[in-house]
Design a binder for this molecule. Structure first.
Ligand code: FMN
Ligand code: SF4
Ligand code: SF4
Length: 381
C-alpha cells in the first residue's frame, strides 16, 4: 500500500517511503537498525572492508571514536546483512519491510567488488563511503580521499556496477565542484548520490538543487534534517529521499514521525518532492509550473540554464499537454492549466478549472510531475 503511494524504484530496490536512516560508524548495525523499521531505507555501517581500513578504524577507536572493526570483514558484512533481513522484534536484529544499504570503506577496488556481490545477493544497496574525513581513513586513500581522485572513484564505480549491484555514492558537498562530481558519478554508472549538504555556514540546500539540475541521479539529501520542514527544504530542491543520522540519537521516534508526515503530504498532493516555483528558488523541474513566457521574470534565466529558447519551451509544454486534462483551463491566467501553479499555491481560478475538468489535486500534480520529466528530456544541457 505504502509502496504504491510513493512508487520509488532504484534498480531492484523499492524503498517503501523516502525517509532513510543514515549510517553512523560504531552505531548503526543491524541491532540498532531494528528500532527503525518504519524507514524506507536503512543504511548500515560504515563497515571497513579490508585490513587497511580496519587498522585505520582501530586507531580512531584509540582516540575515542566509535567504529565497527572486524578481522573477518566479509564474514561480518554477511552476518549483518543476514541479521538485518530477518523478521525481528525491537531490540533484536531484523528490519522487516525496510530496504537495506551498506555503507562501506576500502583502500582498493577488490574488497568493494566482493562486498557488492554480497550486497546484491541479499537485495541490498551498496554505498561507497566517499565522505569520511578522519585522517586515518584519508591516509589509506579511503572516504573523502576518493572525492579528490575522481578518476579512481569513477573507475571503482564502473567496475562495481558490472556486478549488477544498486550503487550509491555518499559524498560531502563543497569539498570539490559538486556539479562536476555528480556528472562524473552519473556518467560512470552509479544509481544514487547521497549528498551530505554540509557547509561551514549551515546546510547548503543549493547543493541539492545544483545536482538536481545537472543529473538524473536518484538523490538522497542529508544534513540537519530534524523535522518535516527541514525535510521539505531538501525535497523541494530535488531530493528523492532524505536521510537522518544525529537526529535519531536525540529522538528515537523521528523517523516514524517523518514517514507519517510525508505519507499524508503525498496522499494529499501526489508529489511529495515537488519543487518550489522557479521564482521562489526552485530547481528546473519547476518549469512545469511556469507561466507563458510573456513577462520578464526568473523563468528566462532558468530557460537559459536548460538550454531552451522561450519558443521551444512553449512548444514542449503545449505538445505534452495536448490531449491531457491540463490542456484545458478556461478562466485561468493563460487559458490552460499547462501554465498553472503548484497545488499548494492557493488559487480559486485554477481550482475552478480543476473542478470543471473533474481532475483531483493529486491527479493534477501527477500530470505536472510527468510534464517536468518530459521537459527534462528535452533540455539541451
Ligand atoms: C557518530 C557518527 C558516525 C558517522 N559515521 C558515518 C559513516 O560511517 N559513514 C558515512 O557515510 N557517514 C557517517 N556519518 C555521517 C552521517 O551519516 C551524516 O552524513 C551526517 O551526520 C550529517 O547528517 P545528520 O545531520 O542527519 O547527522 C556519521 C555521523 C556521525 C554523527
Ligand atoms: S514564469 Fe511564473 S512561475 Fe515561472 S518564474 Fe516567472 S513568475 Fe515565477
Ligand atoms: S490561474 Fe492561478 S494557478 Fe493558474 S497561473 Fe494564474 S495564478 Fe497560477
Amino acid at each position: 500500500m505504502i509502496n504504491d503511494l510513493f512508487d520509488i524504484k532504484i534498480g531492484y530496490a523499492s524503498p517503501k517511503n523516502p525517509i532513510a536512516l543514515a549510517s553512523m560508524a560504531g552505531i548503526t548495525d543491524s541491532k540498532f537498525a531494528s528500532g527503525f523499521t518504519h524507514a524506507g531505507l536503512i543504511i548500515l555501517g560504515g563497515y571497513n572492508l579490508d585490513q587497511e581500513t580496519n587498522d585505520a578504524a582501530r586507531k580512531e577507536i584509540e582516540r575515542g571514536r566509535k567504529e565497527f572493526v572486524s578481522d573477518n570483514p566479509m564474514g561480518f558484512l554477511k552476518t549483518e546483512l543476514e541479521a538485518a533481513s530477518k523478521p525481528g522484534t525491537p531490540g533484536t536484529p531484523g528490519t522487516p519491510g525496510a530496504t537495506i544499504a551498506v555503507n562501506v570503506r576500502a583502500a582498493s577496488l577488490e574488497p568493494f567488488l566482493e562486498a557488492a556481490d554480497i550486497a546484491k545477493k541479499s537485495g541490498a544497496i551498496l554505498e561507497i563511503n566517499a565522505h569520511c574525513r578522519q585522517p586515518e581513513m584519508l591516509a589509506v586513500g579511503a572516504g573523502e580521499a576518493l572525492l579528490k581522485d575522481l578518476e579512481k572513484l569513477c573507475g571503482y564505480i564502473r567496475e562495481i556496477k558490472k556486478t549488477g549491484v544498486v550503487l550509491s555514492i555518499k559524498i560531502r558537498a563543497n569539498v570539490v565542484n559538486d556539479v562536476e562530481l555528480a556528472k562524473a558519478i552519473e556518467k560512470a554508472g552509479a544509481d544514487i548520490i547521497h549528498i551530505d549538504a554540509m557547509h561551514p555556514q549551515g546546510v547548503d540546500f543549493g547543493a541539492i538543487k545544483r545536482v538536481r539540475n545537472s543529473t538524473g541521479l536518484f538523490i538522497i539529501g542529508n544534513n540537519s534534517v530534524v523535522d518535516f520542514e527541514t525535510a521539505k527544504e531538501m525535497f523541494s530542491r530535488g531530493a528523492d529521499m532524505v536521510s537522518l543520522a544525529r537526529a535519531v540519537l536525540h529522538d528515537h521516534n523521528i523517523i516514524k514521525h517523518l514517514v507519517d508526515e510525508v505519507s499524508s503530504f503525498q496522499a494529499l498532493t501526489g508529489w511529495y518532492n515537488a519543487p518550489k516555483h522557479i521564482c521562489a528558488g526552485g530547481d528546473l523541474r519547476a518549469l512545469a509550473f511556469c507561466c507563458l513566457p510573456v513577462k520578464p521574470c526568473a523563468l528566462h534565466g532558468a530557460l537559459k540554464q536548460a538550454g531552451l529558447s522561450a519558443e521551444e519551451f512553449m512548444k514542449i509544454k503545449l505538445k505534452f499537454a495536448k490531449g491531457t486534462p491540463i490542456e484545458y483551463g478556461e478562466g485561468t491566467c493563460f487559458g490552460s492549466m499547462t501554465w498553472c501553479c503548484k497545488i499548494t499555491k492557493p488559487c480559486y481560478l485554477r481550482d475552478g478549472a480543476l473542478e470543471s475538468s473533474g481532475l483531483s489535486d493529486v491527479e493534477y500534480m501527477r500530470i505536472k510531475k510527468r510534464l517536468s520529466e518530459y521537459i527534462r528530456k528535452h533540455m539541451k544541457t
